[in-house]
Design a protein around this ligand. Structure first.
Ligand code: GRF
Length: 185
């Protein structure tokens, strides 16, 4: 199988990145992770780039110049797909247009509900019955692209921000894997 070349963007812990790398090591998984980009030089997730010897790049937050450098790297590495896995910066419209290929994101809510930040706080204060995560394509509208996979669980009375976060993350690992297989196999 010829695997598509993916670049994963991270900002922090990188637990989704870790799962994606583990999946991509399976012969039948449709993607190979060829590059990792972080906008945070102390992102914990960079340890996985080192562990699996995957090239990585720190994306400095000085907007256009950095985006230009990133685009050049994506081209040099012949990247087919960008995966945003806990990437906490918004990509500019210009960047999305210039890359011109598929970009996928994971969001910790059942989109179109609770776009943007602080989802768990809002889910709780809105007294939602269920929550979960959504894997979707990225377009120029925040958290607004075509949905690929959504997974949910019911909220218990005893749940709080940290339990919701933990439960959502466990679903995220499954949702990402399903979505990538569904779209690229
Ligand atoms: C995930 O919960 C994702 O939904 C959100 O950021 C978190 C990243 O976690 N956008 P990790 O860095 O993959 O551990």
């Amino acid at each position: 199988m010829v695997k598509k070349k993916a670049c994963v963007f991270i900002s922090g812990r990188g637990s989704n990145l870790r799962k994606i790398i583990l999946n991509s090591n399976n012969y039948n998984f449709p993607l190979k992770i060829n590059l990792i980009i972080s906008n945070n030089k102390s992102a914990e997730g960079l340890k996985y780039a080192k562990k699996w010897s995957i090239p990585f790049l720190i994306f400095k937050n000085r907007e256009l110049l950095s985006e230009k450098i990133v685009l050049k790297k994506l081209k040099d590495f012949r990247i087919d797909i960008i995966i945003l896995a806990g990437y906490m910066k918004i990509l500019s419209k210009k960047f999305i247009r210039s890359f011109g290929k598929k970009i996928i994101n994971i969001h910790p809510s059942l989109l179109p509900k609770f776009k943007g930040l602080n989802t768990f706080e809002r889910v709780l204060s809105n007294k939602e019955k269920k929550t979960g995560c959504t894997v979707h394509y990225v377009n120029e509208k925040l958290d607004g692209g075509k949905i690929i996979v959504k997974k949910f669980f019911y909220i218990k009375k005893t749940d709080n921000i940290s339990t919701l976060k933990r439960k959502t993350q466990l679903l995220e690992y499954k949702a990402f894997s399903e979505a990538l297989i569904k779209e690229f196999n």
